[in-house]
Write a protein that binds this ligand. Structure first.
Ligand SMILES: NC(=O)c1ccc[n+]([C@@H]2O[C@H](COP(=O)([O-])OP(=O)(O)OC[C@H]3O[C@@H](n4cnc5c(N)ncnc54)[C@H](OP(=O)(O)O)[C@@H]3O)[C@@H](O)[C@H]2O)c1
Length: 348
């Protein structure tokens, strides 16, 4: 057992609460401080949570909610941030400058040229960008970012195909759960008996972030992968789990059974023994009507992308459906897995 003290910023929100719950019995990390919005400052953590702290051990439930201020987190080597982007933009650099390792869910620094955007199975080598960041910004700590939730689901599905066959172009339509917008993000009355064909900023993220993830690292930064992505994003009345309908064209021809074998054999983190890493980051289901959010979002504890319906596309090469848990793999579990990777790389 290692015990690294962790501070969770935005710990009263949907993502922050999930981070804390996932860390409650973590073998390496121990939650030592939590922050929230001003209305919750000084309150007992369990009482400030929307779920009353269900299942949270006493030593965390009794913490007092602090402001997101580096002095309240001085003890915490690791900071997991679930702040809204407009707050994260100002707060996260202060923590990094003060020597903390910050792993963020916010979009603020994802595309900054010296900030790693990481999915551990996809581009662990991009962590070398931390050295560039620390040199350029003169920070003793650093910021590493977790991609957008739909990007994570997508990138796990396509990364092994990109490595094996190359990708020329890709179209994706996302059907995104209501929890993806956070507490207060979408009101239920607008979404029951309805779908909303607009999610602010989402299409741009999905069209750019996977190309950074699949890009090549050099000392100058990341050269983005060179293929076009077209994304359409739709909010649907599902609680958790983003479903994505993809069509893609490969650089080199592949048979369907080669694609299935590529997904099945893809275990890039196998040797690292990270506590939150799924044994198989991609799970393929043969049934013709899967994956489905309610049935499949918790596969591998919510840490896998579940794929099905692989078939020929009359326009591009193949079509498929991918699904992932936006709050677990797409957010809370994603930053925890990045933190585990940082530890295994000797950066914590
Ligand atoms: N939801 C998802 O599926 C998902 C997936 C990937 C990434 N993300 C990203 O993760 C972050 C959190 O999302 P969420 O869904 O958890 O949102 P949320 O439910 O609205 O939670 C936001 C959190 O930030 C806190 N906060 C708000 N203003 C603050 C301030 N001025 N200072 C300090 N804390 C402040 C809130 O505290 P109080 O409630 O105490 O006021 C709350 O703890 C966002 O950047 C989001 O884009 C979300």
């Amino acid at each position: 057992m290692v015990s690294i003290k962790v501070g969770v910023l935005g710990a009263t929100g949907l993502v922050g609460s999930r981070i804390v719950s996932l860390l409650a019995h973590h073998p390496w990390f121990r939650v030592a401080a939590v922050s929230g919005g001003q209305r919750n400052h000084g309150r007992r953590y369990a009482e400030a949570r929307h779920d009353g702290g269900a299942g949270v051990p006493d030593y965390i439930a009794d913490l007092k909610v602090a402001a997101s201020d580096a002095t309240a987190f001085a003890d915490c080597q690791l900071i997991l941030s679930a702040l809204p982007a407009e707050v994260a933009s100002d707060v996260e650099p202060v923590f990094a400058a003060a020597g903390h390792a910050v792993v963020s869910n916010a979009k603020s620094y994802r595309l900054a040229p010296d900030v790693p955007l990481i999915v551990p199975e996809v581009n662990a080598d991009h962590l070398a960008l931390i050295d560039v960041q620390q040199r350029r910004r003169n920070w003793s700590g650093y910021i590493v970012t977790n991609p957008n939730c739909s990007t994570i689901v997508l990138s796990l599905a396509i990364a092994p195909l990109y490595a094996a066959f190359g990708i020329r172009q890709l179209q994706v339509t996302t059907l995104q759960a209501i929890s993806g917008a956070g507490y207060g993000g979408v009101d239920a009355l607008s979404l029951i008996d309805n779908v909303i064909p607009f999610i602010a900023g989402e299409e741009d993220k999905i069209e750019s972030e996977p190309r950074k993830l699949l890009g090549a690292f050099s000392n100058d930064g990341i050269a983005f992968a060179d293929f076009a992505i077209s994304a359409t994003c739709i909010r649907v009345p599902v609680l958790d789990g983003h479903l994505e309908a993809l069509s893609l064209q490969l650089d080199r021809p592949a048979q369907a059974d080669e694609i299935l074998t590529t997904w099945r054999d893809w275990q890039p983190l196998k040797q690292r023994n990270l506590p939150s890493a799924p044994a198989h980051p991609v799970i393929y289901l043969d049934a013709p009507d899967r994956p489905q959010p309610r049935l499949d979002r918790d596969a591998a504890g919510g840490m896998a992308t579940v794929i099905g319906c692989l078939r020929r596309c009359p326009v591009l090469d193949y079509k498929l459906i991918a699904l992932g848990h936006n709050l677990v793999r797409g957010a809370a579990g994603g930053v925890i897995l990045i933190a585990e990777l940082l530890k295994s790389e000797g950066r914590l």
